[in-house]
Ligand binder design. Structure first.
Ligand code: HAM
Length: 482
């Protein structure tokens, strides 16, 4: 018996947890820019949910699911992906009747696949994704890709490319499937066992085979583009022209089929030379029908990415270097009797929107400064009996080694002035006076693109009084209003 974390799972804490939170915040803010609503579905679903939609032809369903019988002999599965559960939830909760169509939903949550654990691949991982359901339109496909690119751009990734392919409509796919069967039939005896099953269940999956010898055979296989109906072809090129007009860099990859069975029409992956694949998704039809619904438009489009992979790439590239802005204030009472003063003062300052820590027990000043340093605190508030008796407090701006004595009664104004000065020195997201491209929410943004283009995806319009915590999870302050 082991008491360690289960193989392929991992604990996320401290700095790493902050970085995960940052990725989620940026993703959520961008999804909301595009009008998406959050959805949370159960991690446990009936196994049938995935067999019907994710697909029995996919490796994920055939080999990688955590499936078990519960005490009531029901076959349950820890979700290997989230799209299928979202579709089930839409039908079960009659969402298409209760909300306007299309339904634009985003999610972040754990998924489970019994895969060989390796760098960036886990058995429990966190997926963030969107589904735009009840729509069958090239603009929806293009918008979904644009959303994905915006998330990655705001996270700081550069030089990204979208690989796209089309699997066409049902007629195109049926014709293509037949052509693939014809092509692979004589080659099958020399192919891997997985490909032999894929041949029976869904020959398109053979194109995904990772075995080197099989990949050679895949190179000469028929291409989906040669089996497209005119309508499906027009639809694909319409999406591509929207992407071109928007300046999104794409490349057609006619071996791209993606690993799940539900895709039709466009499929895509975003990658970069320095990074490999970052995210994938595509269009699907008849998803709601799998759960017994007759929807007027039973189509959708979406994507998902694994937060672990995005995190490890961002860490390697130093893309988190600016996000931890640290604590605003470290409160330093100089004796045990002043701990309560420290506690009350900290609570008052938190009420003003500052992030504050104070010790629960008296400690030496040297040790408090060390802690404040580790927490990257900007200001220390130091006080002994004399200061308190005289209504005073020492305010030390830590990175400038500057110290002033302030009146406790007007401390809020003093801090306001100090933090405004720190913010303008730092180069704030409020834009005009900013030097360089460091936004206060910890990331790069292009000032020329204006205030609507911040990394966290929201307007930081100070005149409108956007105060306190920014959607990117960091604290920033408006002029004169902390
Ligand atoms: P997927 O490509 O199977 O698509 O997974 C999406 C993302 O989840 C991958 O790009 C990868 O980053 C991450 N991922 C998958 N397996 C693992 C793993 N074992 N460890 C860490 N990360 C992993 C889907 O799941 C579709 N539901 C995407 C979608 C949404 N298509 C349409 N709507």
């Amino acid at each position: 018996m082991s008491l360690n974390a289960v193989k392929g799972t991992h604990d996320i804490y401290a700095e790493e947890a902050k970085c995960y939170q940052y990725i989620k915040n940026v993703f959520q803010a961008v999804a909301e820019l595009y009008g998406y609503m959050p959805i949370e579905t159960p991690i446990l679903e009936h196994t049938e949910v995935f067999c019907r939609s994710t697909g029995e032809g996919s490796d994920v369903v055939r080999k990688e699911m955590y499936t078990f019988l519960d005490k009531g002999e029901r076959s349950l599965t820890l979700r290997p992906e989230i799209t299928a559960g979202v579709a089930r939830a839409i039908v079960e909760n009659k969402m298409l009747f209760n909300f306007d169509s299309p339904l634009k939903l985003y999610y972040v949550g754990p998924a489970f696949r019994y895969e060989r654990p390796q760098l960036g691949r886990y058995r429990q991982f966190i997926q963030a994704g969107v589904e735009n359901i009840g729509v069958d339109n090239a603009y929806a496909d293009a918008e979904t890709i644009a959303l994905a690119m915006r998330v990655l751009n705001y996270l700081g990734f550069k030089g990204l490319k979208v690989k796209v392919n089309t699997l066409g409509d049902k007629a195109s796919r049926d014709a293509y499937r037949e052509a693939l069967k014809k092509y692979f039939e004589p080659l099958l005896p020399n192919m891997c066992d997985d490909c032999k099953s894929r041949y029976e269940l869904n020959p398109l999956r053979i194109l995904d085979c990772k075995v080197k010898e099989d990949q050679e055979l895949v190179k000469n296989a028929p291409k989906s583009k040669d089996f497209l109906s005119e309508e499906a072809e027009d639809r694909f090129y319409k999406t591509l022209s929207i992407l071109s007009d928007e300046g999104i860099d794409y490349e057609i990859d006619d071996t791209l089929v993606r690993g799940l069975d539900y895709y039709g029409h466009i499929v895509f992956e975003v990658s970069g030379e320095e990074y490999g694949a970052l995210l994938g998704g595509g269009h699907y039809d008849n998803m709601l029908h799998n759960f017994g619904a007759k929807a007027e438009v039973d189509s959708g489009v979406g994507f998902a990415f694994g937060i672990e992979r995005i995190y490890s790439l961002m860490k390697d590239k130093g893309l988190f270097d600016n996000i931890d802005k640290g604590l605003d204030i470290y409160v330093m009472p100089l004796s045990e009797d002043l701990i309560e003063h420290g506690y009350i003062l900290s609570e008052q300052l938190r009420g003003l929107g500052y992030s504050v820590e104070s010790p629960y027990k008296a400690a030496k000043l040297g040790s408090l400064f060390k802690k404040a340093n580790r927490r990257k605190a900007k200001v220390a508030l130091i006080f002994g009996e004399d200061e308190i008796n005289n209504g005073k407090i020492q305010v030390k701006i830590l990175d400038r080694e500057e110290q002033i004595e302030a009146d406790l009664s007007t401390l809020d104004h003093t801090l306001n002035d100090i933090f405004n000065a720190i913010d303008s020195d730092d180069g704030c997201c409020c834009g005009d006076e900013c030097e360089g491209d460091d936004c206060c929410c910890g990331h790069h943004h292009d000032h020329e693109e204006g205030h609507g283009e911040h990394c966290c995806g929201h307007h930081h319009d100070h005149e409108e009084g956007h105060e306190g915590h920014c959607c990117c999870g960091h604290h920033h302050k408006d002029d004169g209003d902390n």
